[in-house]
Write a protein that binds this ligand. Structure first.
Ligand code: HXC
Ligand code: NAP
Length: 245
């Protein structure tokens, strides 16, 4: 980093301090802009699982930067409540839509509805996932399949529909939310670890194949994020495992 930029960042408290920790799916009470507030002005992002946790916060930050959003998952009531909070806090538009990422028909219908509302979609965040702690020997065949269906198939299904209906002609950005579970292998997580590793592989394949259509595809693997369902289900455990080492 250029020393002048670094010095400016160190002098600016908002850039050296993390944002407030929010335990619930509510918007931040204050927000310090790291990027230009208009950096996503009038873009449209389709965020799976955008009604809760990390997906909700991604929607909020995008909207604070001028983006409109579609938040899509199974629980329409929770999505509608989330959309209201997001619109109230940011003044941008947010369309809540019912989707099961395992069911392509529901994705196609939602994307059609989103295009009717916004005319274009520029960004896809594949954030929807399912997970729980379970030893491999106790995992039923269906439990393993369920997590792969949501995380891996779901990511492919939504990416394919968006590509065919939108990105193929006008380009776009896909961000796949993955995890670090498979980097070393982790107990009680064979289902989620293999599902997310497959998504990381999918990211590279699609980036190569769709790059010429101006579609950028990346993975983003967060560490444990407090105040989320993932953390409630797994975070305490993974922190304890690290401390025991
Ligand atoms: C073992 C379980 C289980 C559990 C469900 N199953 N929960 N097995 N331990 N805790 C089994 C069931 O018995 C069933 O198998 C099969 O999984 C499917 O269960 P359903 O309840 O029918 O599935 P469904 O209704 O589709 O729900 C999916 C789900 C659920 C994943 C099971 O928990 C869900 O909807 N989760 C969404 C929210 C979520 O998980 N958020 C956390 C993401 S965090 P049988 O054989 O009985 O039919 C994350 C963090 C990563 O990914 C990294 C953190 C550090
Ligand atoms: P979360 O709030 O439970 O988010 C998961 C979302 O996926 C929910 O909004 C859920 O909504 C949706 N979803 C689940 N199954 C679906 C399906 N079949 N179709 C459509 N939507 C579905 O948990 P989170 O912790 O924020 O996790 C978000 C992402 O971050 C996940 O990809 C997770 O693997 C990743 N991650 C989280 C952490 C962490 O510490 N939290 C760490 C690393 C990676 P509905 O119930 O309404 O469908």
């Amino acid at each position: 980093m250029n020393p002048e930029t670094e010095a400016t960042m160190l002098e600016t408290p908002s850039l050296t301090q993390p944002p407030e920790d929010v335990d619930t799916d509510d918007c931040l009470s204050t927000y310090s802009y790291l990027f230009s507030p208009d950096v996503l002005k009038d873009r449209v992002a389709f965020i799976t699982g955008g009604g809760s946790g990390i997906g909700f916060r991604i929607a909020e930050i995008f909207m604070r930067h001028g983006c409109h959003t579609v938040i899509a998952s199974r629980n329409l009531q929770r999505l509608s409540e989330a959309a209201k909070k997001l619109v109230d806090a940011t003044g941008r538009r947010c369309l809540p839509l019912c989707v099961d990422v395992r069911q392509p028909q529901t994705i196609m219908a939602a994307v059609d509805q989103a295009l009717a509302e916004f005319r274009h979609i520029d960004i896809l965040i594949n954030n929807a996932a399912g997970n729980f702690l379970c030893p491999a020997s106790a995992l039923s065949f269906n439990a393993y399949k369920t997590v792969l269906d949501i995380d891996t198939m779901g990511t492919f299904n939504v990416s394919k529909v968006l590509f065919e209906k939108c990105f193929q002609d006008r380009g776009g950005v896909i961000v796949n939310i993955t995890a670090t579970l498979s980097y070393k292998g982790q107990a009680l997580q064979v289902h989620a670890g293999t599902a997310k590793a497959a998504v990381d592989a999918m990211t590279k394949h699609l980036a190569v194949e769709w790059g010429s259509s101006k579609v950028r595809v990346n993975s983003l693997a967060p560490g444990p994020i407090s105040g989320t369902e993932g953390f409630r289900r797994l975070g305490h455990w993974s922190t304890e495992v690290k401390q025991d080492k």
